[in-house]
Design a protein around this ligand. Structure first.
Ligand code: PGA
Length: 250
């Protein structure tokens, strides 16, 4: 049963059950509001969710043709056609499988000539779309959301970030298994960009996320664990499997 506190935590027997529940929440939200504005993550965690959404689309149960999407982040100096780009990741796992009109898919352009201008453009595009209705998040083992890495200060708006070594290692698979080939910098929505979403769902699976999830839920707000700021938002759901819930008291 979901708890009543905020963030609300729901523990599932496995990652597939969590992905199914979130896919159902998204398709229900789309049925209620076909013009839903979705914020989307990349990473291993949402792959099952995208698979479930593709299945809904394949069965003709859900119409994605009026949805608008904004992805959280993209590597810097990586063009949208680069096989390691998050744009290509999304193409592979979701966009090639559900019919979202290309003009409704919004992405940071990692190869933009003027990155600060590109970040400002993205903020304007989110505002012009009326803001994000439902932001889906993964979480790094270091507590990052988007590419807002642990630091003494966090940036509020979409900005250029320097990636931590552990983040580059966890993205190595996109660059032929070579962490050194992962770009050192990226563009990311900022903390306020994320926290302005009307509702937020954080998805996390596996024991490697358990300590981080415990601190996100029970720990102090700290820039050293960016996801802890989710405690400030009233509409956050955390969907986790049993392993990621290991450190939480029941
Ligand atoms: P993961 O990454 O889903 O591959 O664990 C999550 C993240 O870094 O946000």
């Amino acid at each position: 049963m979901p708890s009543t506190r905020s963030p609300r935590i729901t523990v599932f027997p496995n990652d597939r059950a969590a992905a199914r529940a979130l896919a159902r929440r998204i398709t229900d939200a789309l049925a209620a509001n076909p013009r839903l504005v979705l914020g989307l993550p990349t990473g291993r965690t949402p792959v099952g969710l995208y698979h479930e959404l593709a299945a809904h689309a394949a069965h003709g149960h859900t119409d994605f043709s009026h949805v608008t999407t904004f992805n959280l982040d993209e590597f810097l100096n990586v063009g949208p056609d680069h096989p390691g780009s998050y744009r290509q990741f999304m193409e592979q796992h979701l966009f090639s499988r559900v019919k979202i009109p290309p003009e409704r898919i919004n992405f940071l352009n990692g190869s933009a000539a003027d990155p600060p201008a590109e970040c400002a453009r993205y903020e304007r595009a989110i505002a012009d779309a009326g803001g994000i209705d439902l932001q889906i998040l993964g979480i790094g083992t270091n507590g990052h959301i988007g590419f807002n890495e642990p630091a003494r200060q966090l940036q509020s708006r979409t900005h250029c970030v320097t990636l931590k070594p552990e983040t580059r290692r966890s993205n190595a698979a996109l660059f032929g298994g070579d962490a050194a080939a992962v770009p050192e910098k990226a563009l990311s929505m900022g903390m306020a960009t994320i926290l302005q979403a009307r509702s937020i769902v954080l998805l996390a699976n596996g024991r490697s996320k358990a300590s981080c999830i415990e601190r996100v839920v029970n720990g102090p707000l700290t820039t050293e664990l960016p996801a802890s700021f989710l405690q400030l938002h009233h509409g956050v759901d955390i969907l986790i499997d049993k392993s990621a819930a290991e450190r939480l008291e029941r």
